[in-house]
Design a protein around this ligand. Structure first.
Ligand SMILES: Nc1nc2c(ncn2[C@@H]2O[C@H](COP(=O)(O)OP(=O)(O)OP(=O)(O)O)[C@@H](O)[C@H]2O)c(=O)[nH]1
Length: 702
């Protein structure tokens, strides 16, 4: 996991090569890597979908998932992090911690994933081991354990010193694949200076680990207090393993994936310090008692084989022809084939056990995020065990929810645009393509515009929508037309308003009659859904069916605000009176309540809320002024300007509407030397002037 372009894909390629899975070294810049197998990924050189790969290293089986770094694909990252037992955070050693590193680090914290840091690009001009370590300490608030020190930096980078074993690892400069390197103990005779430096670093590491691990502290203070040099490397390694699992510190290694240096020791560190599946101690495992429990964390659509579902198996075993129960979908399905994922090649296997990642064929109803068990009765048995555990926090939830693995929050899309098929006859094909894409990617939302009947795509960013457009063309052979990209605004109200409405309609011989009086007011706290309250007289004789009809009506009215047709948020609604004539259908109740709320909202003082983005621009000193001047024109609010080596990092907020197409602008302003990262911060009220400009633009358009 890492910020975009830190070198995850390049590192992965080296890992696959050294482990023997590939015979030649792929190169992101040549577009022939194994894990970036989607055509767009190869063309754009970025990782969009995290591919899962299985390989072996020195007797260990490793399942590796290369995650995307671009912020538009945050959800994809979180979905993958969730099924991981450990992670390698890759850094560009010349940049240290970057904006997206912080985001993925927080996600890993949330899912309690032990990590190792790999300071990549040590060969790059400006690479600084100390700077990168400092930024891990300061920005990630993590305790780095320096297990290696670099030999040289930038152009002079030759290899690393293993602090734990006091050995130096030098790569043969004439080797073109980095397989040839020598590991030599540091000797007083040949490397007196380096040996002194490493002995100090090792002593400091021992003290640091002893501070974090009592068992190790006892050992060090007992047997080895006089001379740390006598402490065997294995004892230190075991303690570092425990500390990594406890997540009280992170091992730090360094290298250059591109120049083929430092990757084999990284693989050793993965097997040595990151947990095996059994060491994860996941709470829910005890409820299953060895029965199957797996999580579908990714769905891919394959033209020949249909949906391919990636499963992380937590307990039990799966085999082809096995019937499984999907808790979320409450359905039973059959796995037809079982494959081991090897990027776009898949090896057929007879069974797979806990700890592994499997690729299944035949599951037609399973979507990303679903929990898979062996049968409904096994789910119920696990549920009873969970109940007996007296899990307070699960007590209010319903049965199924109790068994689900912790969910991934799906962020609200901030962009939308219309999408049209080449002809009306192709609309069903487009609908099918979008349905398949949505199963793979829950952050893509598809809606129908109630006024125009057009299909609307909602996504996480410009790149996200562009990629979806591209995939519809390549994978489904449909040339579609996208409307202009628009920002997803929200609306709210600022005061309290009342309205009444009556619906009286006779259909056939049945009379439907409803009268409602309600009040809508602004809510102090932020809430996407309306908070609904009932006056005591209404609540007293409201049936469950009528209550649901009322709530459906209110929710549907909140989907389309009176100003822009955007969703309404932060409102509370009180039903003061509701009279329903016997025989009135629930549809009519919903329709009347919805119309009444729309009436009230129209009368209220209205406010548009716009998405505000966190922006981080990294720029060389010479270009700082034009970047700042440009941001001022974009209603940008600069919070801080940091110094990062020779660069300046501008941190602030900017409304999303002002930052569309920013990559092109920034490229022109800085001759391509700057980079930026954007992330949704929150929705904020537009000032009256900007709001009226937006409204007149929109009415001019319509
Ligand atoms: N100098 C130098 N460049 C590197 C190194 N590793 C990767 N790169 C270059 O950095 C760029 C990005 O590398 P990737 O491996 O695609 O990075 P990534 O983190 O997978 O990128 P995304 O998947 O798009 O987030 C490419 O141009 C690589 O050639 C390295 O060790 N040294």
């Amino acid at each position: 996991m890492a910020h975009i372009d830190a070198g995850k894909t390049t590192t992965t390629e080296r890992i696959l090569y050294y482990s023997g899975y590939t015979r030649s070294l792929g190169d992101v810049d040549d577009g022939d890597t194994v894990t970036d197998f989607m055509a767009q990924e190869r063309e754009r050189g970025i990782t969009i979908q995290s591919a899962a790969v299985t390989f072996d290293w020195k007797g260990y089986r490793i399942n590796l998932i290369d995650t995307p770094g671009h912020v538009d694909f945050t959800l994809e990252v979180e979905r993958c992090l969730r099924v991981l037992d450990g992670a390698v955070a890759v850094f560009d050693a010349s940049a240290g911690v970057e904006a997206q590193t912080l985001t993925v680090w927080r996600q890993a914290d949330k899912h309690k994933i032990p990590r190792i840091c790999f300071l990549n690009k040590m060969d790059k001009t400006g690479a600084s081991f100390n700077y990168a370590v400092e930024s891990i300490r300061e920005k990630l608030k993590a305790k780095p354990l320096l297990l290696q020190l670099p030999i040289g930096e930038g152009k002079t980078f030759k290899g690393v010193v293993d602090v734990v074993s006091k050995e130096k690892l030098l790569w043969n400069p004439n080797s073109d694949d980095g397989k040839d390197f020598e590991r030599k103990p540091l000797l007083e005779m040949s490397d007196p200076e380096l040996l002194k430096e490493i002995t100090e670093a090792r002593n400091a590491l021992i003290e640091q680990v002893a501070d974090l691990d009592d068992e190790f502290a006892d050992l060090v203070l007992g047997e080895f207090s006089e001379n740390f040099d006598l402490l065997p490397a294995e004892k230190l390694q075991t303690a570092v393993h425990r500390v990594t699992l406890a997540q009280t510190a992170v091992p730090v290694l360094c290298g250059s994936a591109l120049k083929n240096k430092g990757v084999q020791p990284l693989l050793d560190a993965i097997t040595m310090y990151l947990p095996s599946p059994e060491e994860r101690n996941l709470e829910f495992l005890q409820w299953y008692k060895g029965d199957l429990c797996a999580l579908a964390f990714k769905v891919l659509h394959d033209k020949q084989r249909g949906p391919l579902v990636f499963l992380r198996i937590y307990s039990g075993m799966i085999k082809p022809q096995l019937a499984i129960h999907n808790i979320n979908g409450n359905c039973t399905e059959r796995i037809s084939r079982l494959l081991l994922p090897f990027a776009d090649q898949h090896v057929e296997i007879p069974s797979l056990t806990a700890g592994n990642i499997a690729l299944t064929v035949g599951l037609k109803h399973t979507t990303t995020g679903d929990t898979i068990v062996s049968s409904k009765s096994s789910a119920l048995a696990a549920c009873r065990r969970a109940e007996r555990e007296g899990e307070k926090k699960h007590r209010q939830n319903n049965e199924a929810e109790r068994l689900l693995l912790a969910g991934v929050e799906i962020p609200e899309p901030v962009f939308f645009c219309t999408i049209e098929p080449p002809s009306v006859a192709k609309q069903p094909d487009l609908d099918h393509a979008l349905k398949c894409l949505q199963r793979e990617d829950p952050s893509l939302k598809v809606k129908l515009d109630p006024d125009s009947g057009q299909t609307i795509l909602c996504g996480m960013g410009e790149l996200h929508i562009e990629i979806i457009h591209d995939r519809i063309k390549r994978e489904y052979g449909l040339e579609t037309y996208l409307g202009p990209l628009q920002v997803a605004y929200r609306e709210t109200i600022l005061n309290s308003v009342r309205a009444t409405d009556t619906l009286d309609r006779t259909l056939g011989d049945r009379r439907h009659l409803v009268t409602v009086e309600l009040e809508a007011k602004s809510l102090e706290t932020s809430s996407l859904l309306p908070v609904i309250e009932y006056a005591a007289s209404v609540a007293a004789d409201l049936s469950q069916a009528s209550r649901e009809a009322v709530e459906n009506g209110l929710h549907s009215a909140c989907l389309q605000g009176p100003l822009l047709g955007s969703p309404i948020q932060d409102v509370a609604i009180t039903l003061h009176s509701l009279v329903i004539h016997p025989g009135t259908s629930t549809t009519m109740i919903s329709a009347c309540v919805s119309r009444c709320l729309q009436k009230a909202l129209k009368k209220a003082d209205k406010q548009i809320l716009e998405p505000l983005m966190n922006l981080e621009v990294t720029v060389t000193r010479d270009y700082l002024s034009p970047v700042l001047a440009d941001l001022a024109q974009r209603r940008g609010n600069i919070q801080e300007i940091q110094t990062r080596q020779d660069n300046r990092v501008v941190i602030g907020f900017v409304p999303l509407a002002e930052i569309m197409g920013y990559s092109t602008v920034l490229r022109t302003l800085t001759s391509g030397s700057a980079t930026f990262a954007l992330e949704l911060s929150n929705y904020q009220a537009m000032n009256p002037q900007d709001q009226s400009t937006l409204l007149s633009q929109r009415s001019g358009l319509s």
